[in-house]
Design a protein around this ligand. Structure first.
Ligand SMILES: Cc1cc2nc3c(=O)[nH]c(=O)nc-3n(C[C@H](O)[C@H](O)[C@H](O)COP(=O)(O)OP(=O)(O)OC[C@H]3O[C@@H](n4cnc5c(N)ncnc54)[C@H](O)[C@@H]3O)c2cc1C
Length: 417
């Protein structure tokens, strides 16, 4: 029988929870996972020979030791390191990404508009939100052609409600000098200039993490239901567990409810992303990993090509659509709409759809605002006083990568001892 009293209770067996359990210094832990399988958002599905993730999950390691640790546990799995080929679909052509550094690829009148407005943009010193930051740094033309429509489709909210630094290091900044330099010496780098991808999909990294977690300490299909902070007791769907410290990767607003902490729920807002994985009978475009779609008439904001990661001979796409969190979604109707839009964009040209899969990621991108960050800081500190640590992309209510989740989990277990 699993223990009813543990030193460390880990909640969630996605990347963050598994990385936490894998780096604990002792075996006195239990991992609770609501789902029937591990992986959280980093799951891989297989249909008709296609290998798909919950939207393309690519790995950009900044810490070689993290990558090496994972690879040591992946046996003979083939992992490719790829140089990103990404584009922006604009006005019937594909420009190199990021748009703001490649305006010289636009037709001349539009290029002049963008360059003029960039030069006279005025800076973002007084910007108090994401929209003002974009306008101050890049000027109106770049914003209206790409940055506003693309980010509005992705975040599904008014960009003026987001903090000016809502995307942190994931935003591809560029000043006038960068843009001019890029015309002669392209350097479209950024945080994901190169990335890795395993042949078996993103879940191969999850398996590597899970291999360092004791199977008997992992309880699937057992959600955490409530926590008594004062008594350090957790109630699950099956039992009560007392703990010394609890590490949660559950979305923060959900944890607050579970812990019964009074708070202002209205400050936490997010989008959800509907992902379609679509497999076709033959190949599509080559030499492209993903394309951004700012056009408001297109249902999706991004389309990625799994088949170009390992040179497969059938087009295999992930297609991402952003929605406000409460919006109803008719998945079948949206799939039809997506297929029409893919045809209109010239990606589907008489291809036959062989297999498909969809998933709604909810939450997907949290809306980072001053109020949400302040409330997260305040409430996370209260939880910490009771030995409860809320970490990971959703526990930390932030924007970060899988590697960031692993690093944060390791740092926490080190500090807790
Ligand atoms: C569209 C999209 C694309 C992305 N692409 C990339 C990418 O290419 N590269 C990259 O590095 N990152 C990417 N990310 C980010 C990445 O998905 C996350 O950083 C990472 O998966 C978060 O892992 P996690 O374990 O913190 O959270 P999750 O994966 O959400 O795991 C949390 C786990 O907690 C469980 N849980 C929830 N409630 C309970 C409960 N009450 N009791 C028990 N268990 C519970 C859930 O079932 C889940 O398994 C992307 C994110 C999105 C939305």
């Amino acid at each position: 029988m699993p223990p009813n009293s543990v030193r460390t209770l880990v909640v969630g067996a996605g990347i963050t929870g598994l990385a936490t359990a894998a780096s604990l210094p002792d075996d006195d832990y239990l991992v609770l996972e609501a789902d029937r399988e591990v992986g959280g958002y980093c799951k891989t599905v297989r249909r008709e020979g296609f290998v798909w993730d919950y939207s393309g999950h690519f790995f950009h390691f900044k810490h070689p030791e993290v990558e090496a640790w994972l690879r040591e546990r992946m046996g003979k799995q083939r992992v490719r390191t790829l140089t990103r080929h990404s584009f922006v679909a604009y006005g019937g052509q594909w420009l190199d990404f990021p748009f703001q550094k490649n305006i010289h690829q636009l037709p001349q009148p539009e290029f002049i508009d963008c360059l003029h407005d960039l030069y006279f943009a005025g800076g973002d010193a007084k910007a108090s939100n994401f929209k003002e930051m974009l306008l101050g740094r890049f000027g109106r033309a770049i914003c209206e052609k790409f940055l506003f429509p693309y980010n509005e489709k992705l975040y599904a909210c008014d960009l003026a409600t987001l903090d000016r630094d809502a995307m942190g290091r994931f935003f591809p900044y560029a000043d006038v000098a960068d843009v001019i330099r890029n015309m002669k010496a392209p350097d479209n780098g950024g945080y994901n200039a190169t990335f890795t991808y395993p042949e078996g999909g993103a879940a191969e990294y999850v398996k590597a993490l899970a291999s360092a977690v004791r199977p008997e300490a992992l309880s699937l299909g057992e959600p955490l239901v409530s926590v008594d902070l004062a008594r350090k007791r957790a109630r699950t769907s099956r039992r009560e567990v007392s703990f010394e410290r609890l590490v949660s990767s559950v979305p923060f607003p959900q944890l607050l409810k579970i812990a019964g902490l009074s708070h202002d729920a209205s400050v936490f807002s997010w989008n959800k992303v509907l992902v379609f994985n679509l497999g076709f009978d033959r190949k599509g475009p080559r030499d492209v990993h993903w394309v951004y779609y700012p056009d408001r008439d297109r249902s999706f904001y991004r389309v990625g090509f799994y088949d170009n990661m390992f040179d497969a001979d059938r087009m295999s796409l992930y297609v991402e659509l952003g929605f406000p969190r409460g919006a109803p979604i008719d998945v079948d109707a949206m799939r039809e709409r997506v297929l029409q839009d893919l045809e209109a964009e010239g990606l589907v040209k008489g291809h036959r759809l062989v297999a498909h899969h969809s998933v709604v990621m909810d939450p997907a991108y949290v809306h980072l605002t001053r109020a949400s960050m302040a409330e997260h800081r305040r409430l996370a500190a209260v939880l910490r006083q009771h030995g409860v640590h809320s970490i990971g992309r959703y526990g930390g209510w932030t924007y970060c990568s899988i590697e960031d989740d692993i690093i944060e989990a390791r740092a926490l277990t080190l500090s807790l001892g």
